[in-house]
Design a protein around this ligand. Structure first.
Ligand code: FAD
Length: 469
């Protein structure tokens, strides 16, 4: 549990961005006794109507849950009441047949939750603390080493008061958690030698919606099995669906930009959908599909990598998507961002409350893991959109699971998915290393088996040929 230390009192932390990671970081610093101010560009969501057409369902898994519990066990319990466990993928073929592929070896599940709802849950927790939250504050400038005491300074535009209202704040430490397009990162880069890369992946996404059943009673309000992540894999595009508590499903259609841009009318979109996702088409309905095509934004996916994550004077740090935006195909973006927060807090304790030291060590400790998960996320797109239907992949998966179930009895064996999603004690970089070793062994088994089949067939063929001649 989080250790509260009075010695941290009076040290001011300014956090930019009240998204998922910024909120958890604020709660974590506050629980340690720091004085925290959280700045958010948007208006207070509790005061505004949520008509966000980009509402996304997230899969929360072991790393995210551990970080929530680390910050506050009871808060984690309150939040986890709202999740829907998903114990496997449900693969939908072109004819609408569904096949379940379990994620875990022993019934483990990842968990569906609405992103805006989760954000609001965290903000609600913040309302019960003395964290100061300033909504409608847009970061526009950052200056390091301000004044004699070297205190960094941030300038914000208060958008509720018009463009002229710019305000300046000073903090002992600053956390940039303002997402993939981080303004804080841009500002920080001007003051230091920071490596930075940004790559747009040739992929767009659109959100869709399957409503709850109108006719069914409460216990069967879901039109699909809620305890699965539904996937319609179609090689170069796919549809996924995750359940919501009210019986609806949030769906996401992913495709290369050329696919969506090649569709030029609502009619074409509807017939494309009907051809590729017939069962989903029936559940969503033509009217809703037309609205989606005509009004819903197309999201782009980008990968961002930076190095180092902290400023040379150790007073500023980047966490979450601001430091490592990744494609969403391993469902780890937020989980990893939450793990960033736990890792940093543990370092602060390890360094006896020396935040400067903790910020400096964080980069060193975290780099390999962040690189690893960004790579895994990209690789998993091929698995979800294509490999899940291949016999080679399914056979390999079966052997992988079988060996995983025997883990610890005669040898050590943990499938990659288990390491990433269900184990919070194996670092992402370790998971890749272990998987490489296991992968080589699986290749040998599969090639060995194929060679045995080939040799047996050859011998049989020669015997038949011998008998004939
Ligand atoms: P954000 O959520 O982007 O929050 C940043 C905040 O900063 C925002 O509130 C923004 O308004 C604010 N801000 C921006 N600029 C400024 C400024 N200048 N001044 C002040 N405030 C500012 N992750 C998972 O773990 N599991 C999943 O299943 C999953 N699925 C996903 C599916 C899709 C389609 C996508 C796109 C992402 C998915 N993710 C998933 C990733 C996850 O959504 C992100 O990793 C997570 O939201 C990152 O949180 P963050 O707080 O770092 O950034």
């Amino acid at each position: 549990d989080l250790e509260v230390s009075n010695s941290y009192h009076q040290q001011g932390v300014g956090i930019v961005g009240a998204g998922l990671v910024g909120c958890l970081a604020a709660l974590a610093f506050n629980a340690k006794g720091f004085s925290v101010t959280l700045f958010e560009y948007r208006d207070d969501p509790s005061k505004t109507k949520n008509d966000n057409l980009r509402s996304i369902n997230l899969a929360v898994s072991a790393r995210g849950i551990r970080a929530l519990k680390y910050v506050d066990e009871e808060m984690a319990e309150r939040i986890l009441e709202h999740i829907i466990p998903m114990k496997g993928r449900m693969i939908h073929d072109l004819d609408g047949n569904q096949t379940s592929q379990l994620y875990g070896l022993f019934g483990e599940a990842i968990n569906s939750i609405d992103r805006s709802f989760l954000n609001e849950c965290l903000l609600e927790e913040i309302r019960h603390t003395d964290i100061k939250v300033l909504f409608n504050h847009k970061l526009v400038a950052f200056e390091k080493n301000h004044g004699e005491d070297q205190t960094p300074k941030m300038t914000f535009i208060d958008t509720s008061e018009g463009d002229a209202a710019s305000k300046t704040f000073e903090f002992d430490y600053i956390v940039g958690a303002d997402g993939a397009h981080s303004q804080f990162r841009t500002q920080l880069q001007r003051t230091m030698r920071m490596n930075y890369s940004q790559e747009y992946i040739d992929m767009q996404y659109i959100e869709l919606y399957i409503p709850p059943s109108e006719s069914a009673k409460d216990d069967s309000k879901f039109l699909l099995n809620p305890n699965h992540l539904h996937i319609w894999p179609r090689t170069n595009h796919m549809l996924i669906a995750l359940a919501n508590k009210d019986g609806s499903f949030t769906c996401t259609f992913f495709s290369p930009w050329s696919v969506i841009e090649g569709i030029t009318s609502t009619e074409q979109w509807i017939s494309f959908f009907k051809k590729n996702f017939k069962d989903a088409y029936d559940l969503i309905g033509e009217a809703r599909l037309a609205t989606v095509y005509e009004t819903h934004p197309r999201g782009s996916l980008l990968q961002v990598n930076v190095y180092p994550y902290h400023s040379p004077d150790g007073r500023a740090i980047l966490l979450g998507d601001a430091a490592h935006s990744m494609v969403p195909f391993y469902g780890q973006g937020m989980n990893c961002g939450f793990e960033d927060v736990r890792t940093l807090m543990e370092l602060i304790d390890e360094k006896g409350g020396d935040v400067l030291e903790a910020f400096r060590s964080y980069t060193e400790i975290r780099k390999a893991d962040l690189d690893a998960i960004c790579k895994l996320a990209l690789d998993n797109y091929h698995e979800m959109s294509h490999k899940v239907t291949s016999l080679w992949y399914l056979t390999r998966k079966r052997i992988d699971s079988l060996l995983g179930k025997l883990n610890g009895k005669y040898f050590q064996w943990i499938p990659l998915y288990t390491m990433v999603s269900f184990r919070d004690d194996i670092r992402y970089s370790q998971a890749i290393e272990i998987e490489k070793r296991q992968g080589r062994f699986l290749n040998n088994i599969q090639y060995g088996f194929l060679s045995a089949v080939a040799v047996t067939s050859l011998i049989k063929g020669l015997q038949m040929w011998g008998r004939r001649t």
